[in-house]
Design a protein around this ligand. Structure first.
Ligand SMILES: [Zn+2]
Length: 306
């Protein structure tokens, strides 16, 4: 059973102390009991404050080591409030919003925290899409491009995959690619979609060899017909994605950090029907302790417009 608070009151009661937060992370990280991170011995000694000592190999570890919380000097209660805030705002938050809400000392800290949390929004080894999947590409940033033009400087090319769920959209995957060449697009599809699935695209040449990769390939358009909406789910996702990106920092998102925003959008979109926002909090906390700590990111200097 997923164990998470349903309401703000439950959250406040549950995570009133640093120890309670730590215990929650221990439970998420080692649901079968704490193990040594080096020799995987199943019985380690708790030496206090979330630290563990392995009697077999002598290795010392903590519940925070190797996670996005590694080396944090902040109270875990503050991190928990950040996760609660981020997952309870339906359309996402800005660093400034996080800084103000939590009373963080600097914008830079808020920005770094947000990026660490975004890094945790990708589930390691997440499941691939299956069934029938619409796939198309879109551009972000730079001047208005031609539909299938080669990526120019300052523009990012994104492959969008959306599961067909009756009339609705199932899960989605987003991935940035270098260009519209066959190897780039094939790899994006292979990452996102399970073999044996039906991949529905427009007639772009680069997808043709998907058949050799074990996919059923379905072309919805032999020649460009203006006004036809033959990939409605992907088009809807693209529209929502662009509106969302524009809403954050007025669309001034550096291409270097775009991947993190794509992950956040995917995380939110795939859980858009979750009844309890606490479930998103639970997933985020769970993934936060499953993700290797990333090097500290620097706040962006150069931003690209839309
Ligand atoms: Zn050990």
């Amino acid at each position: 059973m997923d164990d998470y608070p349903r309401t703000l009151m439950e959250f406040e009661r549950r995570f009133a102390t640093e120890e309670a937060c730590r215990a929650y992370l221990v439970q998420l990280r080692w649901p079968e009991g704490v193990r040594c991170r080096r020799c995987h011995a199943p019985s380690v000694w708790a030496t206090g404050r979330g630290l563990y000592h392995c009697p077999f190999c002598g290795f010392q570890t903590s519940v925070l080591a190797g996670t996005i919380f590694q080396d944090t000097k902040a109270d875990l209660r503050l991190w928990f409030r950040a996760m609660w805030y981020v997952t309870n705002q339906k359309s996402g938050v800005s660093a400034l919003g996080l800084q103000r809400t939590l009373g963080l000392g600097s914008y830079r800290t808020a920005w770094t925290w947000l990026h660490k949390l975004r890094a945790a929004m990708v589930r390691p080894g997440r499941e691939q899409l299956r069934g029938t999947v619409e796939v198309d590409e879109t551009y972000w940033g730079g001047p208005k491009p031609g539909k299938h033009g080669r990526g120019a400087a300052g523009k990012a090319l994104i492959v969008v995959a959306a599961e067909v769920d009756g009339q609705h959209i199932g899960r989605i995957r987003l991935r940035r690619v270098r260009d519209t060449s066959a190897p780039q697009l094939e790899r994006a599809v292979q990452d996102a979609v399970a073999p044996g699935s039906v991949v529905r695209t427009d007639g772009l040449h680069s997808y043709r060899r998907l058949v050799d990769r074990g996919y059923v390939y379905e072309v919805v358009r032999k020649e460009a017909a203006v006004g036809d909406n033959l990939l409605p789910r992907v088009n809807r996702v693209v529209a929502l994605l662009k509106r969302w990106l524009l809403g954050i920092h007025q669309g001034r998102i550096s291409v270097a950090h775009l991947d993190a925003y794509l992950d956040e959008f995917t995380f939110r979109f795939n859980r858009r029907t979750s009844h309890w926002r606490g479930k998103l909090f639970y997933r985020l906390a769970q993934q936060a302790v499953a993700v290797d700590a990333r090097p500290t990111l620097r706040a962006p200097r150069q931003l690209v417009g839309v």
